[in-house]
Design a protein around this ligand. Structure first.
Ligand code: ATP
Ligand code: BTN
Length: 253
């Protein structure tokens, strides 16, 4: 499947030795783009995580790339996108025998620790330019994490030595094929096409979790699963609640 968007444009592919952040690079150029761009960095010196956090990596140890992709949808219709991208990436990893699970809203876990993170930033396209939304879909995937880096991150993270041994070009090809398919599917059907797939890989199904908004606990309950919009259903002592994937975090209790 080619990296061809809904406007019939084929993605440009860029590979750079070093940059601050592939997400930041693409966000700064969005207004100039005529076609999707895939930007891969061998190393990032200022990787971005969600909520202003830092994403750390060492050259060769972490796959870091971003895809600038334009959707016909408004930002509101893209809330489930990080989850859909998670499904696509997780399915590739599972097919390579890496046992992964999904943590709502946007992480890929292995052995309960973070193996990959997804950061999606968006910018509306003005109506006179055809409307819709530009997204920058950033993915960081740990292949092989040295102890020093784990110490720097300050918590245990997962890596995938099995993938690190695999040809990185082959892995990238699998990821891009899966992404191209997922993005087309998302544009046409929204998150509904991913609900069952997401729930089948849910790391905390039927477990007690807390939802935090800027560090404050806003909900606590049993995590049931996601709905057709990518919202997480919880069963709390006060009854069922549905949490929208925004800048909230989830913690197992
Ligand atoms: P959330 O549930 O909100 O995603 P989180 O604590 O996992 O919570 P994120 O913003 O998703 O936070 O991810 C950024 C966090 O990931 C940072 O706090 C950082 O500690 C950690 N981190 C940084 N680099 C890596 C890496 N290479 N692998 C795994 N985790 C990392
Ligand atoms: C998170 O878990 O918080 C998301 C981490 C996303 C990291 C990737 S690495 C490629 C792209 N460029 C960035 O600066 N961040 C994303």
């Amino acid at each position: 499947i080619p990296l061809l968007d809904q406007y019939g444009s084929l993605a440009d592919v860029e590979v750079v030795e070093e940059t601050g952040s592939t997400n930041a690079d693409l966000m700064a150029r969005l207004h100039l783009l005529q076609a999707p761009v895939l930007r891969v960095a061998e190393r990032q010196t200022a990787g971005r995580g969600r909520a202003g956090r830092v994403w750390r990596s060492v050259p060769g140890g972490v796959l870091t790339f971003s895809l600038a992709w334009r959707f016909r949808r408004q930002a509101q219709g893209l809330l489930g996108l990080p989850l859909a991208v998670g499904v696509a990436v997780a399915e590739v990893l599972l097919a390579q025998s890496v046992p992964v699970q999904l943590k709502w809203p946007n992480d890929i876990l292995k052995d309960g620790k973070k193996l990959a993170g997804i950061l999606i930033e968006t910018s509306p396209v003005p109506d006179q330019d055809g409307g819709g939304t530009w997204t920058v879909i950033g993915i960081g995937l740990n292949l092989s994490i040295p102890h020093e880096l784990e110490a720097e991150i300050g918590r245990e993270v997962a890596d995938a030595p099995w993938l690190a041994q695999m040809d990185r070009n082959t892995l990238m090809a699998h990821l891009l094929n899966a992404l191209a398919k997922a993005l087309q599917q998302f544009e046409q059907q929204g998150f509904a096409a991913f609900t069952g797939r997401w729930n089948s890989m849910h790391a905390y199904a039927q477990q007690m979790v807390r939802i935090l908004d800027q560090g404050q606990i806003v909900h606590e309950g049993t995590a049931l699963g996601v709905d057709a919009n990518g919202c997480l259903s919880l069963l709390t002592a006060q009854g069922p609640v549905t949490v929208v994937a925004g800048d909230v975090s989830l913690r197992p209790v």
